[in-house]
Design a protein around this ligand. Structure first.
Ligand SMILES: Nc1ncnc2c1ncn2[C@@H]1O[C@H](COP(=O)(O)OP(=O)(O)OP(=O)(O)O)[C@@H](O)[C@H]1O
Ligand SMILES: [Mg+2]
Length: 310
């Protein structure tokens, strides 16, 4: 089931101004499935935050439709079941962390009976129990982020929407947040996040989409997006025989020798099999074959630079 369904959503800011009109989203369609961690990636200004704002009806779309948790986007009923961590959030800095959480708990309708326990539990979840009596103005950037995350979870939401959740958090804290998000997924919650930390996204997201200048340019599982179809890693014992190296050079087979094997670019599966036959004919022992994968970061840089060129 789709927890978020977006259909050709466009957003133009200042549409009536010829000078200041900005197309932040352009016919964006995507689906987020129940129980997954979904990452929306893209360069600065790609439209990621705008998309979240459209889902929550903080801004209205210029065109397009969609649903969230089975209700039309923007419906108050759906928003009541969403937790939201905004980008660059600010809370009144004369309040303590616990006061902020109590305030948001009441706003989102947490009952008196559960309020105290809920606030305590969320503080613990984000590792802020020791700081709950300290005023927000004394918090570091990472502490602000943790309190923001606790705030996003205060209403026990079914869908958690996080705009740059680990921004400013130290490495240990980021690991804690990753573990927390995976734990929430295991509980059956759906998580939608924006992030620039691609190594992190790679570790936890089930599926990702890449946005550039308001347009969707890729969507799929991390594995789908990072597998390089025509590149194979062939594990071999020993080194590539000189005769075969020369033969491949003459027939323009692109090969890089690396520790324990070869990285070979081949047009298709028949070409792969020819290469394997050639290796065997030269008495080479093959220890393994796999399609090559690049990191999410390398893939991202590749597709964005190709877009820029085009
Ligand atoms: N309120 C606004 N009025 C006018 N233009 C806006 C407004 N908010 C955003 N924009 C523009 O819309 C585009 C998309 O912005 P958005 O904040 O959605 O990007 P983003 O992908 O979240 O970027 P970042 O990674 O920097 O957070 C940008 O060109 C931005 O300048
Ligand atoms: Mg943003």
């Amino acid at each position: 089931m789709s927890i978020i369904h977006a259909e050709r959503i466009s957003k133009v800011y200042n549409p009536r101004s010829s000078k200041n009109a900005v197309t932040a989203l352009s016919e964006l369609s995507l689906d987020v499935r129940e129980g997954e961690i979904f990452g929306l990636l893209g360069p600065n200004g790609a439209g990621k935050t705008t998309f979240i704002k459209v889902l929550l009806e903080i801004v209205f779309p210029s065109s397009g439709t969609g649903s969230m948790l089975g209700e039309k986007i923007g419906s108050a009923r759906a928003r009541g079941r969403v937790g939201y961590l905004p980008e660059n959030h600010r809370y009144p800095d004369f309040l303590t962390g616990a006061q902020v959480l109590r305030y948001f708990a009441r706003l989102s309708g947490v009952g008196d009976g559960t309020l105290k326990e809920r606030v305590h539990d969320r503080l613990k979840l984000v590792g802020m129990e020791e700081w709950h009596r300290v005023k927000i103005r004394k918090y570091s950037k990472g502490m602000m982020q943790r309190i923001g995350l606790a705030q996003a979870l205060i209403n026990d939401p079914q869908l958690v929407i996080l705009d740059e959740p680990t921004d400013g958090v130290d490495p240990l804290g980021r690991k804690q947040i990753r573990d927390l998000l995976m734990h929430l997924r295991d509980e059956g919650k759906t998580i939608f996040l924006n992030s620039h930390l691609l190594s992190e996204v790679e570790m936890i997201c089930d599926r990702v989409a890449i946005l550039n200048k308001g347009r969707l340019i890729r969507i799929g599982t991390v594995e789908e997006l990072t597998t390089q179809e025509n590149q194979y890693r062939i594990g071999i014992e020993g080194t590539l025989p000189e005769a075969l190296r020369l033969e491949w050079e003459a027939t323009r087979v692109n090969v890089v020798e690396e520790d324990g094997g070869l990285l070979v670019a081949l047009d298709d599966v028949p070409a792969l099999n020819t290469a394997l036959d050639q290796l065997r004919n030269h008495g080479v022992l093959i220890t393994g074959i796999a399609q090559n994968r690049q990191s999410l970061e390398d893939m991202f840089i590749d597709v964005i630079s190709r877009e820029e060129e085009a």
